[in-house]
Design a protein around this ligand. Structure first.
Ligand code: GDP
Ligand code: IMO
Ligand code: MG
Length: 425
């Protein structure tokens, strides 16, 4: 049974949640390996519609163990809210575990995110304001608090004191109010009571699973183009959504990945700032947004929409070592007369780029080179196999696969669990 990483291949919101919910029906373990509640992974199944922020998307399968891995940053308040919502919908949470090494997102991290974005003015990143950047910054600065610290109150108190010494100064510099250590400590003790029994050394669980040849899914958050190192820096998140980081963030050996599935929308979207070469600021972009329901699952912001970017997918495929693509939202393209695919970027010098990703300042200046593909009139939502797709849709998908250099493993033609199929049954 394989270890499979499911990663975003574009700018996030590719439909990772729905793919994982589908695959988790066969999985023993699902682990989120990075990110925090900046994620909004939408899953629609017999439990209704849920935007998951921290809880892994395997939670709906009662036989799957669900782990929030060491590479994540966890806001306990937001996790508790999410758990309450899931419980109210009848979802059992007995199999939800939090790695003791995962970092904690503190109330001051959200505040700092807000204040830092304000201080950036017109150069803001457009973050989700969930405190993700400040929490990862504290992790790297070694002043972060970890979920496991909740299990050691004296240690926790000392760590909090230590952190607040600099945090409170930072807050004041940015025009915020300092935070009261005692009040924060009391809040943390409440989290300990509610979450303490779920905070464990998840590596032991994974090690047993790997040795038992279990089916393990590693759930990525966001996508390559917002990777801290390989994305459109500084308009990126503060962790690495790419597959190479998956085993580390989960707690598995480096060579343990058997499959890497890149999730990709049949067109492009992005939320937040930064260069986005195939963006459509016209009625075609509006149509994609409306038909695709392209509004952020976490912040509700309208998503920027554009044509499929073949350069970005080629880059994402290579960097992730993808073994297969999962293409989502094909149905959103139903009824277009023609579709465009970007196959290269032209630099102001005239040079054409297809195999690398220009750095951020250069990316603002590229002109996408498009080829035009015929659309299809038939409704793709009813297809449950490759052969049932409209012929023009198959041709379009084959071109995407060719540009990525990776076969298409799954196609999704609607948001519901059953509106998806493997290309090779
Ligand atoms: P994630 O963050 O990668 O999990 O993706 P999001 O949940 O943020 O965004 C994907 C959106 O597209 C959600 O609203 C899904 O319900 C929806 N969706 C996923 N797959 C399909 C599909 O094949 N067709 C349609 N129409 N919607 C889809
Ligand atoms: P999922 O997992 C889309 C974007 C923000 C911003 C940048 C940095 O649902 O795909 P952050 O709050 O992480 O510091 O913001 O990244 N962003 C997302 N965009 N989907 C997400 O998650 C995102 N998480 C962060 O809009 O541009
Ligand atoms: Mg999302």
């Amino acid at each position: 049974m394989p270890v499979t990483a499911i990663v975003g291949a574009q700018w996030g919101d590719e439909g990772k949640g729905r793919i994982i919910d589908f695959l988790a029906q066969q999985a023993d373990v699902v682990i989120r390996f990075q990110g925090g509640d900046n994620a909004g992974h939408t899953v629609i199944n017999e439990y209704g519609k849920h935007a998951l922020h921290l809880v892994p998307s395997g939670i709906f399968n009662p036989t799957t163990q669900n782990i929030i891995g060491a590479g994540c940053v966890v806001n306990p308040a937001s996790l508790l809210d999410e758990m309450a919502r899931l419980q109210a919908a009848g979802v059992a949470l007995d199999s939800l575990w939090i790695c003791h090494r995962a970092q904690m997102v503190m109330p001051y991290h959200r505040l700092l995110d807000e204040l830092e974005e304000k201080a950036r003015g017109k150069d803001s990143i457009g973050t989700t304001k969930r405190g993700i950047g400040p929490a990862y910054a504290d992790k790297a600065a070694r002043s972060g608090l970890r979920m496991g610290d909740l299990l050691h109150p004296d240690w926790l108190e000392a760590r909090l004191d230590n952190a607040l010494r600099t945090i409170n100064r930072k807050l004041q510099i940015l025009g915020g109010e300092p935070m009261d250590g005692q009040e924060l400590y009391a809040r943390l003790m409440a989290y300990r009571r509610k979450l303490g029994h779920r905070i464990v050394d998840t590596m032991a669980l994974l090690r047993r699973a790997l040795e038992a040849d279990a089916d393990i899914l590693l759930e990525g958050q966001l996508g390559v183009m917002r990777d801290l190192d390989w994305g459109i820096y500084p308009y990126v998140t503060s962790s690495n959504p790419t597959a190479a980081f998956a085993p580390s963030g989960a707690g598995l050996p480096a060579g343990s990945l058997d499959r890497v599935i890149g999730v990709v929308k049949a067109y492009s979207t992005a939320v937040g700032e930064g260069p986005f070469p195939t963006e459509l600021l016209d009625e075609t972009g509006d149509r994609l947004r409306e038909v695709g329901g392209e509004f952020g699952a976490t912040t509700g912001r309208p998503r920027r929409c554009g044509w499929f970017d073949g350069v970005a997918i080629r880059y994402a495929a290579w960097l992730n070592g993808m073994t297969g693509l999962a293409v989502t939202k094909l149905d959103v393209l139903d009824g277009f007369d023609e579709l465009k695919i970007c196959t290269g970027y032209r630099l102001p010098t005239g040079e054409v780029i297809t195999d690398v990703m220009p750095d951020t300042p250069q990316l603002y200046e590229v002109t996408p080179i498009y080829e035009t593909w015929p659309g299809w009139r038939r409704d793709a939502t009813a297809a449950r196999s490759w052969d049932e797709l409209p012929r023009a849709a198959r041709a379009y998908l084959n071109r995407i696969s060719e540009l990525a250099g990776v076969p298409i493993a799954y196609v999704s033609v609607g948001p519901e669990r059953e509106q998806m199929f493997a290309t090779v049954p």
